[in-house]
Design a protein around this ligand. Structure first.
Ligand SMILES: [Zn+2]
Length: 162
């Protein structure tokens, strides 16, 4: 969703405060795609700082399905995002800007909220995702795929024991 920044850039430098919806239904990272299970509106405040500088403050929370590192089951992973960014909208692009791609969420006089949130998701991405602390990994999947004859033999063995 695009937020028009004209008000804040006008001579009155009116603060913009808005709630906006995310358009994205999934998050793409490298070659992987992660479905967004739940999302809240994004609360955005844009204030004028000085010259061509503005301050963007925002928060939202969403839930992204990320596979467990061990068993690959999808895990609903919460993201509580809160961020503040000072952005220089003057045409001068500093080397730091280019390197960090810091302003990729600014499109002319618009703020691309989806792109901004994508950046924040990347920053907040967990180092490790586990369905549970004691997930035993894909051992269980191997059990499921056990040869039926072998499974039958194990059942006999279990019954014999009890
Ligand atoms: Zn797991």
């Amino acid at each position: 969703m695009l937020v028009d920044l004209t008000d804040v850039l006008s001579e009155q430098h009116k603060t913009i405060e808005t709630d906006t919806n995310l358009e994205m239904k999934e998050y793409r990272r490298e070659k992987e795609t992660f479905p967004i299970a739940e999302k809240q509106q994004v609360h955005i405040v844009v204030e004028y700082v000085q010259d061509a500088k503005i301050m963007i403050t925002g928060d939202t929370s969403l839930m992204i399905k990320i596979p467990c590192d061990r068993c690959l089951e999808d895990v609903n992973t919460p993201f509580d995002l809160k961020f503040t960014k000072e952005v220089d909208l003057s045409d001068e692009v500093t080397e730091a800007d280019e390197e960090l791609d810091e302003k990729n969420f600014i499109e002319g006089h618009h703020l691309n909220v989806d792109q901004l949130i994508c950046n924040e998701i990347l920053v907040a991405w967990p180092m490790k995702v586990l369905c549970s602390e004691d997930c035993e990994g894909i051992v269980y999947e191997k059990d499921d795929a056990l040869d039926p004859r072998m499974a039958a033999a194990l059942d006999v063995f279990k019954n014999f024991q009890s």
